[in-house]
Design a protein around this ligand. Structure first.
Ligand SMILES: Nc1ncnc2c1ncn2[C@@H]1O[C@H](COP(=O)(O)OP(=O)(O)OP(=O)(O)O)[C@@H](O)[C@H]1O
Length: 227
């Protein structure tokens, strides 16, 4: 059997604020995500959702526990190795698009590929293919400010997938959109994820969207509880 794409074991995390009571955020998280599996992360505000996503995506380190991506334990690895895995194997999506404002939609998807050593022609082709998949190809030459919120977010999805990651981590990807746009954008995201066989952990407050993923996990006061 192949390795899970993500395996978190015994993850704990607190923030030492210098004040008498340290903030304990995660109290022992065990989570495995298989190949092609899309998991909804449902959590009340402040439950530790962003902290968990940052640890899973190697942007932060746990106090204890291990983070394995595609079978490799990256917990104690050098920064250079963690950065390389993060760039190549993990795609991030946030509530706000964070596209570079001075570049076109296509350039925002091309640039991360160039940084990874892909030739411009191939990067351009991939950007257009991704934009076509999410229905925004006609806006390829437009800058983010010229796009609607839903279009901006769909471009951000393409950017997250630009380098063909194994794992997608999304923090409220439709949280900033009205219900109708949220539906279109979520459908585009799921189609993109399914067509690439990507594994994903998608945080959402929207229980209706969560129910459409393969599995739901609920984070409450730093631990996973049954849904
Ligand atoms: N750098 C930090 N220093 C101290 N406390 C922090 C720090 N970062 C986060 N926290 C605290 O840890 C807890 C969890 O934060 P986190 O951002 O992971 O929550 P969240 O579930 O993503 O919340 P939201 O949905 O509101 O974004 C919160 O109580 C927060 O105040």
């Amino acid at each position: 059997m192949s390795n899970p794409v993500l395996r978190l074991s015994g993850i704990t995390k607190g923030y030492n604020t210098g004040k008498p009571n340290e903030v304990k955020v995660l109290g022992g998280i065990d989570l495995t995500i298989g190949r092609g599996e899309v998991v909804a992360l449902v959590a009340p505000s402040g439950a530790g959702k962003s902290t968990l996503l940052h640890i899973a995506g190697l942007l932060d380190t746990p106090d204890a526990g291990t983070v394995e991506i595609d079978g490799t334990d990256l917990t104690g690895q050098r920064d250079a190795i963690r950065t390389s895995v993060r760039r190549n194997d993990v795609g991030f999506i946030y509530q706000f698009h964070h596209l570079l404002p001075e570049f076109s939609a296509a350039e925002n998807i091309i640039l991360p590929q160039l940084a990874n050593g892909v030739a411009r022609g191939a990067a351009q082709e991939r950007a257009m293919a991704l934009l076509t998949q999410v229905g925004v190809a006609a806006r390829a030459a437009h800058r983010p400010a010229e796009l609607s919120g839903g279009e901006q977010q769909r471009v951000a999805f393409c950017r997250a997938l630009a380098n063909g990651p194994k794992l997608l981590l999304a923090d409220e990807p439709t949280g900033n959109l009205d219900p109708a746009t949220s539906e279109t954008v979520f459908a585009a995201l799921m189609a993109l994820v399914r067509s690439t066989g990507l594994s994903a952990l998608i945080a959402t407050h929207n229980l209706e969207l969560a129910a459409r993923m393969d599995r739901q996990i609920r984070l409450d006061k730093g631990v996973l509880v049954p849904v």
